[in-house]
Design a protein around this ligand. Structure first.
Ligand SMILES: *Cc1c(COP(=O)(O)O)cnc(C)c1O
Length: 390
């Protein structure tokens, strides 16, 4: 059994992908060109944003967004510690300081109440109100923005977060790396905040056959700045450089792959939701397991299907039992970012973000993709229940 079966998808569109790649090879245009422009238009239409900007990865999408705001030393960017390293890595890479805020225990997304507390503590430089990084106390850092993450495909609580950001004069960036295809109140993931960032890493809901990503925005000026940063800070002319940028372009061949995958994507989103519904039917009544809550008004694209066991020992027992049955599992994420060695310099302590730490010790992910069969899902569910009852 595959954790994510990309081969099943490829079988459906292999001929189309071959033709589209061949067309790029024939065109000789391997950088930018019409595939990129067409894809960007399609992505903008899908997310309902004015601009979609293809780029080289989800990580670079986040970097472009922060660079567009000129983020640097002295800036505090608030984000969740229960995410993939890239979310906070880009903050540190620019010399800014990640300020972590714990998650909601039901959705695993950043907790708006905690966000308010963290801003209050930052304003007072008082970590008795909310845990703060070392540098918040020793030298002035000023809150500039928030990166909210749509974990496992479920958009964060943007109603509350957009309000807090606006009230505090902060920009809001949506890390939609896992949520492209998810929605909140009819709005598509990628369209929240001032800039949405997604990833086309192969295992994401919309993946290419290499690295890729995109930024979304309704703001014409931010779009122009990001397009400039994307190509070494180019001005009107490619060799007139008006700012420091990066080489962050999306590959034309990857754009061709994504154009093909977009022909299936809307159908795959529905399939993912059906598969998640199946898991809920099979496991939702089991009191010893906790499933991610999708609140009213939200839809998830289920990038991962994660389950929480009662405790760490039970998780290990379940995962070991599934392994004997040939069922792959994974843990997203075993170590919250404030406990990662790379962020040791922030001097956060164990217990600072108790909900994230608790999740990290109990959560595990089971196979999830649009093509998983009902039989496999039943097999997975009964293996989990077997482990619980043994
Ligand atoms: C995958 C991921 C990223 C980074 O995307 P890449 O394309 O791998 O660079 C960033 N944030 C989150 C939440 C992700 O899951």
């Amino acid at each position: 059994m595959q954790f994510i079966d990309l081969a099943a998808q490829q079988k459906r569109i292999r001929k189309d992908i071959d033709e589209r790649i061949a067309a790029v090879l024939d065109s000789g245009q391997y950088i930018m060109g019409k595939n990129i422009a067409q894809l960007e238009e399609q992505l903008a239409q899908y997310t309902g944003t004015r601009h979609a900007i293809g780029c080289s990865s989800g990580t670079d999408a986040l970097l472009l967004a922060l660079m567009a705001y000129g983020v640097g030393p002295g800036d505090a960017i608030l984000t969740t510690p229960f995410t993939f390293i890239a979310t906070a890595e880009v903050i540190a890479l620019l010399g800014a300081t990640p300020v972590f805020v714990d998650i909601d225990s039901k959705t695993y997304n950043i907790c708006p109440q905690c966000l308010k507390k963290a801003l209050h503590a930052l304003a007072l430089k008082d970590d008795s109100k909310h845990p703060l990084p070392e540098s918040a106390k020793s030298w002035p850092i000023k809150p500039r923005g928030i990166i909210a993450v749509d974990l496992f495909g479920l958009p964060a609580d943007y109603e509350a977060i957009e309000k807090i950001a606006a009230e505090s004069g902060l920009f809001l960036i949506e890390d939609a790396a896992q949520s492209f295809g998810g929605t909140f109140k009819g709005r598509q993931a990628g369209s929240f905040g001032q800039i949405g960032c997604t990833s086309f890493f192969p295992a994401k809901p919309l993946g290419c056959y290499g690295d890729g990503g995109a930024c979304f925005t309704d703001d014409d000026e931010l779009a122009d700045v990001m397009r400039s940063i994307l190509v070494h800070g180019k001005g009107e002319d490619k060799y007139a450089n008006v700012r420091i940028g990066i080489n962050g372009r999306l590959d034309t061949i990857q754009a061709a792959v994504l154009q093909s995958k977009m022909t299936l994507f809307p159908e795959e989103v529905v399939l993912r939701q059906q598969k998640a519904q199946n898991y809920k039917k099979l496991l939702g009544n089991e009191k010893r397991l906790v499933l991610q809550t999708v609140p009213e008004g939200f839809t998830s694209v289920w990038a991962q299907y994660c389950i929480m066991a009662q405790d760490n020992a039970t998780r290990e027992k379940i995962m070991a039992h599934l392994k004997t049955k040939g069922i792959p599992t994974a843990i997203y994420y075993p170590t919250p970012l404030h406990q990662q060695e790379a962020f040791g310099y922030l001097k956060y302590k164990q217990g600072d973000f108790a909900v994230s730490e608790n999740c990290a010790s109990r959560i595990f992910a089971v196979p999830m993709h649009p093509y998983i069969t009902d039989e496999d899902q039943k097999l997975i569910a009964s293996a989990i229940l077997e482990a619980l009852n043994s």
